[in-house]
Design a protein around this ligand. Structure first.
Ligand SMILES: [Fe+2]
Length: 439
């Protein structure tokens, strides 16, 4: 027990000293430069998408789910993360409250994702007032629409909900041709150019979904696309074939619709309140095939997801989580991860002193996951480190789990200590012991 404060201090020091210049929040005006360097030549990579992490009102705390989801993302160690907007409560926030709420999120990003670059998309809550937007820009950058290359992809971030207070007379928010004051071209014209800037595959990010699952869309309020023609103009700009997916949040439910080979995702929430029915709209999960494209929540089962007057498209689901996207050459795979699917628990060492350390990596998901963000605090070892992964059979015999774990990164973490980042693959529904040893 006596060792604990020293161990905690060492861990805090290790974490604080490890935030890299090319990781943590990448400001929007730096995105292009970052992507050109970091993604150079990559044809295989992963990125995570999270959305709607806002607290339940001005000055309230972030949900513990935010910490949990960022932690699980950090264990996976994707190449980067994109937050689809609504980081703060916004409405009714003073400038100081907005700054405080962004600072709370930034602290989590710096602490939990010190080697993972993090980008943001402006949501309606982030632009609810001039003060909220000022605080957003201080945290995530001044450009409200921007793009960057990464590997064989191009990533385009749009502001799907310019607030009415920013609109010139006679215009309103939505995918209109507004300018954020930082570009030569207004957004719609700029987007057309950005889409044509190259990249074998194109991914688009905007807070408000072009094809919402909650009806009646599109409409007034904050659903973004004020009219169907406005939405159709945006969709028509998306290059056919190259555009793989459009990612949105805002609705606090998970939903996906394929239109002309483009997947339009609405992500579940990253900690904001649930919206859609948690059992799926009426009948779907009872094995009754939907007769209509639009279904009411079943009031006896889930009270219509809390919105008894609304209709939800078949398949819309109120759920917390984040989306993990894998690009492998021409192939793209999407995996929605709910909280507590992944776990990492240290069972030995990890104190910067013991030459051996062990962590138990758990995967409660349906697919194998590559953990690239598991770190060990180890004594410095000029000869390096070796790692192995094992699992136990039903008869408790040990079996090696391949591929053999790799040492990805060794960084100094105080006198005589290193932080060692290891990559290991964990098959579905399995707990794996990951051991590391100083050579
Ligand atoms: Fe929103």
């Amino acid at each position: 027990m006596k060792k604990r404060p020293v161990f905690l201090l060492a861990l805090v020091f290790a974490c604080l000293s490890f935030v890299r210049a090319d990781a943590g929040v990448i400001r929007s005006e730096k995105a292009d430069e970052w992507g050109g360097m970091a993604g150079l030549g990559k044809k295989s990579f992963r990125f995570a998408v999270i959305s709607d992490t806002q607290p339940l009102g001005p000055g309230r705390s972030l949900s513990p789910l935010v910490e949990r989801l960022l932690k699980e993302i950090s264990w996976l160690g994707p190449d980067f993360v994109i937050h689809l907007g609504d980081v703060i409560s916004g409405y009714g926030d003073s400038l100081e409250e907005a700054r405080h709420e962004y600072a709370a999120m930034k602290e989590k990003i710096d602490r939990l994702l010190p080697w993972v670059p993090f980008f943001a998309v402006p949501g309606n809550h982030d632009q609810a007032t001039p003060g909220a937007l000022a605080a957003y820009r201080e945290t995530f950058g001044s450009l409200l629409y921007y793009d960057f290359p990464y590997g064989n992809g191009r990533f385009v971030v749009l502001n799907g909900n310019f607030p009415s207070w920013m609109a010139p007379r006679g215009k309103d928010y939505g995918f209109f041709n507004l300018n954020d004051g930082m570009h030569v071209l207004p957004m719609a014209e700029w987007a057309e150019e950005a889409f044509s800037r190259g990249g074998k595959m194109l991914f688009v990010f905007l807070h408000t979904p072009p094809f919402p699952a909650y009806t009646p869309p599109p409409g007034r309020g904050t659903h973004g696309f004020l009219t169907a023609s406005n939405r159709d103009a945006f969709v028509a700009l998306l290059p056919k074939g190259r555009t793989k997916a459009v990612f949105s949040g805002h609705e606090h439910l998970f939903y996906v619709e394929d239109r002309g080979g483009i997947k339009f995702f609405t992500l579940g929430t990253g900690g904001g309140p649930l919206s859609g029915p948690v059992t799926g709209p009426a009948g779907v999960n009872a094995g009754i095939p939907p007769k209509f494209n639009l279904l009411k929540g079943d009031p006896e089962v889930d009270q219509g997801g809390g919105r008894p007057k609304g209709l939800f498209k078949s398949g819309a689901l109120g759920v917390f989580g984040f989306l993990l996207v894998r690009v492998d050459g021409d192939r793209v795979a999407y995996d929605f991860v709910v909280p507590f699917t992944l776990e990492v628990a240290y069972s030995e060492g990890n104190d910067g002193v013991s030459p051996r350390a062990r962590a138990v990596l758990e995967n409660r998901g349906r697919f194998a996951q590559v953990f690239k963000g598991v770190t060990f605090l180890m004594p410095a070892s000029p000869a390096g480190y070796r790692a192995r992964a094992t699992a136990r059979n039903g008869d408790r015999t040990e079996v090696e789990i391949g591929p053999v774990p790799e040492i990805l990164e060794v960084s100094p973490a105080g006198p005589g200590k290193n932080l060692v980042r290891v990559q290991a693959t964990v098959p579905p529904a399995m707990a794996v012991d990951l051991e590391i040893e100083a050579r």
